[in-house]
Write a protein that binds this ligand. Structure first.
Ligand SMILES: Nc1ncnc2c1ncn2[C@@H]1O[C@H](COP(=O)(O)OP(=O)(O)OP(=O)(O)O)[C@@H](O)[C@H]1O
Length: 240
C-alpha cells in the first residue's frame, strides 16, 4: 500500500455530483499535482483530503490509517493551505501562529530563529495585524500555520495565485526542500511554474482523477506541461 491512498471518493452539492469516484496515490517524498478546469472539483477534493469537509463515500488512507474512520488521522498527518487564507485577521502574525502552535510542544521563537519559520521572513512582521499584511505575506503566514504541527503531508490549493514572482519562487523553494526531506506535497494549481515541482500530475475531469503518465518528471520536457494542459482541460458542463 502507498503512503497515501485515496479511493473512490464521492461528493455532491445538493443534486450535483462533483466527485464521482476520485482515486489516486502518493508516496513519501513525492509532489503530486492536481490540474483541471475551473469548477471541476479540485478544491472540493483537497478539502476532503485535509479533513475540512466530508466525503459521502470512499476512503483515504494515510500510512495505513483510514482517515475516514479515525478522523484524528487528518490532524496527525496533514497541513492544509486553502485558497482563502484561514487567518484571524484582527490578530497579529504572532498570535495567529500561537493559535496553531498550542499543543505542539514547540516554541514559535525557536522556529523563527533558524528553525522552520525562519524561511518565511515573518519575524519582522510578528506584531503586525494580519489585516495589514500584503497578499504574499498572508500566504507565507498561512503556510507557516499549516506546518506548525510538522505534518508529513502538505496540501495546497493554488498557493501562488496573485503572488509576485519573488514570493512564488520563495514558496517553490520551500516546497522543494519540504519534499526533499521525505514529506509529501499535494498541490492544486493552474500554474506551470508550480507544476514543474510535481513528480506526477493528475487531471481531474468528470469527477475522477487520471494520471497524465507522460507528464511524469522522469519523461516530460518543461514545455510539455503547458501544451498538455491546453489540450486536455475542458470546462465542465453544468446541468441547471
Ligand atoms: N459549498 C458549496 N456549495 C455548493 N456548490 C459548491 C460548493 N463548493 C463548490 N461548489 C461547486 O462544486 C464545483 C467544484 O468546485 P471546486 O471549488 O471544487 O472547483 P475547483 O476545481 O477547485 O475550481 P477552481 O479551479 O475555479 O478553483 C463547482 O461547480 C462549484 O460551484
Amino acid at each position: 500500500m502507498s503512503f497515501i491512498e485515496v479511493r473512490d471518493i464521492h461528493k455532491s452539492y445538493r443534486r450535483r455530483e462533483v466527485l464521482r469516484g476520485a482515486s489516486f496515490y502518493a508516496e513519501h517524498g513525492e509532489c503530486i499535482g492536481i490540474v483541471g478546469a475551473n469548477g471541476c472539483g479540485k478544491s472540493t477534493l483537497l478539502g476532503i483530503l485535509s479533513g475540512s469537509s466530508k466525503a459521502e463515500s470512499g476512503h483515504i488512507f494515510y500510512d495505513n490509517h483510514d482517515a475516514t474512520k479515525e478522523r484524528g488521522t487528518f490532524l496527525r498527518y496533514t497541513g492544509f493551505v486553502p485558497q482563502d487564507n484561514p487567518l484571524l485577521s484582527h490578530l497579529s502574525v504572532y498570535d495567529n501562529l500561537r493559535f496553531w502552535y498550542c499543543e505542539t510542544g514547540r516554541r514559535i521563537d525557536d522556529d523563527m530563529a533558524g528553525g522552520i519559520l525562519s524561511r518565511f521572513g515573518l519575524d519582522a512582521y510578528r506584531s503586525y495585524d494580519v489585516s495589514k499584511l500584503s497578499g504574499g505575506m498572508k500566504k507565507r503566514l498561512s503556510i507557516a500555520c499549516a506546518i506548525a504541527r510538522d505534518p508529513q503531508v502538505l496540501i495546497l490549493d493554488e498557493p501562488g495565485a496573485s503572488l509576485d514572482i519573488v514570493c512564488k519562487e520563495d514558496i517553490k523553494n520551500y516546497l522543494r526542500s519540504y519534499v526533499n526531506t521525505g514529506n509529501t506535497v499535494i498541490i492544486a494549481s493552474h500554474e506551470t511554474g508550480e507544476l514543474e515541482l510535481c513528480d506526477r500530475i493528475y487531471l481531474m475531469a468528470g469527477g475522477r482523477l487520471t494520471e497524465l503518465e507522460f507528464l511524469r518528471r522522469s519523461v516530460r520536457s518543461s514545455a510539455d506541461i503547458a501544451d498538455t494542459l491546453i489540450r486536455y482541460i475542458r470546462i465542465p458542463e453544468v446541468r441547471q
